[in-house]
Each structure stands twice: as C-alpha cells, then as structure tokens.
Design a protein around this ligand. Structure first.
Ligand code: R5P
Length: 331
C-alpha cells in the first residue's frame, strides 16, 4: 500500500449480498474492516437495511454486482445508496463489478425499454455520486451516466492468468461480432495471435444459432473470449461450430462474468464438453458450489478494485491502475 495523505478512517467499505467474499478480499487488501450493516428481508420480502455506525461525511464504497437474482441485487443496492445518502455520507461510490441489464442498451425492435439507461437513472436518483464497473457489455453505457463513471477491464488480469498459455498454434475466437474488439485485445496482449469470429444469429433471447466460422481455425487450439457466460448456450454452439470447422479439441474459454444462469445440470451439460480444457473467469459474480465445474478457474478482481478505491479516495488518476493499461482500454 502506497502512502497517501488521506487517512483510512474516513473511508467506509460495505457490501450487499451479491459479492460478500469479493468485498472481504477488497477490504483485506485495503487493510480495512468491512463496514457493519444489517441486511435482511421483512416477511413480505421487502429489503431492510441499516448501517450500524455513523458514516457522516465519510467516503463510502458499496460492493454489489447486479448479478442474478438481478432484481433483488439491484433493489438492495438502491436501498443501500438511499440509506447512505440519508445518513449524510460524504460521497457514495458504487463498485458494480458486473452491471446487470447491460444487454438491453438500445432498442432492437420497437416498443422495448433501454434498461441499461434506466438502471443508470435509478442509481443516480438514489444518490450514487460515482459508479465503477468492469467489462461492461457495451462501453457506451458509460455515457448513460452524468455522474462519474469508471469503466475498468479485467482483460490484463485474465491474460496474466493465462501466462504460458495458450499454445503457439492457438487462435483467439470471438463468439460473436460484438466481441471482436475484446478478441483483438487478447490477441495483442498474448503476442499477436490470429483471430477468428463466429457469425451468430440469435433466434430468441435464450436460443442461439451459430451461422459460420469466419477465419482460419483448422488444426488450431481455440481460445474463446467473451464478457458474459449466461446460459452457456453461446459457448456450447461455438464449441460445436469450431470443432466442425476442424479446430483442435483443446479449447480454452475466458470470460469476465460467470453468470451461470439456469439449472446447474444445464450449465454442466453446455460447458462440460470434453474438448473444453479450461474455463477461466473472474469473481465479479460468485459461482455457487453446484456450478463449480471441474474445468473452472477463477481469478480475482479484488486487487483491481482495491487499487481503484485507493486511488479514488486519494484523488489519484485511475487510468494507470495496471501496467500496460494504456494498451488495454475496456472494449
Ligand atoms: C452476447 O452478446 C454476450 O457477449 C454473451 O455471448 C452472451 O450474453 C452469453 O449468453 P449465453 O451464455 O446465454 O449464450
């Protein structure tokens, strides 16, 4: 920990129920205790929250991903912000490692909501002064906020965790055109690997059709990169399409947010293909024990968040949180 003029006594770090283990790691790295709070449900399921100490004038950080159950976690976060604002916090920063509702960031047909903007409005109205998130599904969501918004990326952490891998004959694969930029970042940081992408056609929100593999994958070991693993449908289709196109059955999957939505059995079936050697994810979303696949490896974003909190609190630049950050802007 670097020395700085701001004392830790004016920071408060709190969490909702989405990521208590991640919040505890961030607190440890900062050398702070997690703030005392009461978080429970009334019998009718309404959220009750109470801060157990005075936070008047303090620099408050709330760790809460809006991961499944999304509405529960989002409402908890809004209620926590409200409580901190009414208790006269000096500044409220929400650390939302996974920003839910981000996949509805524009209308795709008529008469639809734009939920990513609605959530930004809700956070602002509740009283957040600043929001920090990691690998947003669409970077333009940053502009949905008129308060401070810091968009971090876990790509360097994931690349570091892959060190020594992938094999020299690998190809970085984007499972849809939306991830090509992310694939380019990985390809660059891993030493200019070739990239390929899948042209995906989505027939409904849950069913996915992979149309074609674009790029040279034959005889190569694929490293598939994505921001979100939700139902695993996209990846299962990608694995099938890559193998059909002659890729080697030595597949690595790297994704920031392991939502693992739906029954554990389905996740196991979709991501349990024997060609999948490893699934590398971060802890922006906590994976329950029944969904801990044997191939799953998790790298923690706690150091990234702790360093960000330290810098925000000390009014230092966060653009260089990690070495080589300039090469890896969020995609
Ligand atoms: C899509 O644009 C995203 O990058 C992910 O590929 C998608 O959200 C994953 O969803 P699922 O695992 O349900 O296919």
């Amino acid at each position: 920990m670097h020395d700085h003029t701001h004392s830790h006594s004016d920071i408060g770090l709190y969490c909702g129920s989405a990521n208590p283990a991640l919040a505890a790691s961030v607190a440890d790295l900062l050398g702070l205790p997690l703030g005392g709070r009461l978080l429970r449900r009334f019998p009718d399921s309404e959220v009750h929250f109470q801060i157990e100490e005075s936070i008047r004038g303090k620099d408050i950080y709330i760790v809460q991903s809006t991961s499944p159950p999304v509405n529960e976690h989002l409402m908890e976060l809004l209620i926590m912000i409200d409580a901190f604002r009414r208790a006269s916090a000096g500044r409220i920063t929400c650390l939302i490692p996974y920003y839910g509702y981000s996949r509805q960031e524009k209308k795709t047909t008529g008469r639809e909501p734009i939920t990513a903007k609605l959530v930004a409005n809700l956070l602002t109205t509740a009283g957040a002064n600043r929001v920090v998130s990691i690998d947003l599904h669409v970077p333009a969501i940053q502009g949905f906020f008129d308060i401070g918004m810091d968009h971090l990326t876990a790509v360097p952490l994931l690349v570091e965790a892959l060190s020594g891998r992938p094999r020299p004959n690998s190809v970085i694969v984007a499972p849809d055109v939306g991830r090509v930029k992310m694939a380019e970042r990985f390809a660059h940081l891993l030493g200019d690997r070739p990239i390929a992408f899948l042209h995906k056609r989505r027939s409904s929100a849950t069913a996915v059709d992979v149309a074609a593999v674009v790029g040279e994958v034959e005889g190569r070991a694929p490293l598939i990169v994505d921001d979100i693993i939700a139902t695993g449908g996209t990846l299962a289709q990608a694995v099938r399409a890559l193998l059909a196109a002659g890729a080697r059955p030595e597949i690595t999957i790297v994704a920031t947010h392991p939502l693992f939505a739906g029954p554990a059995e389905t996740i196991g079936e979709r991501l349990g293909h024997p060609a999948i050697r490893e699934i590398l994810v971060t802890d922006t979303v906590s994976v329950p024990p029944d969904k801990q696949l044997p191939t799953l490896r998790t790298v923690s974003v706690a150091p990234l968040l702790a360093e960000t909190v330290r810098r925000l609190h000390a009014h230092e630049s966060i653009s260089a949180v990690f070495p080589r950050a300039a090469e890896v802007q969020p995609v």
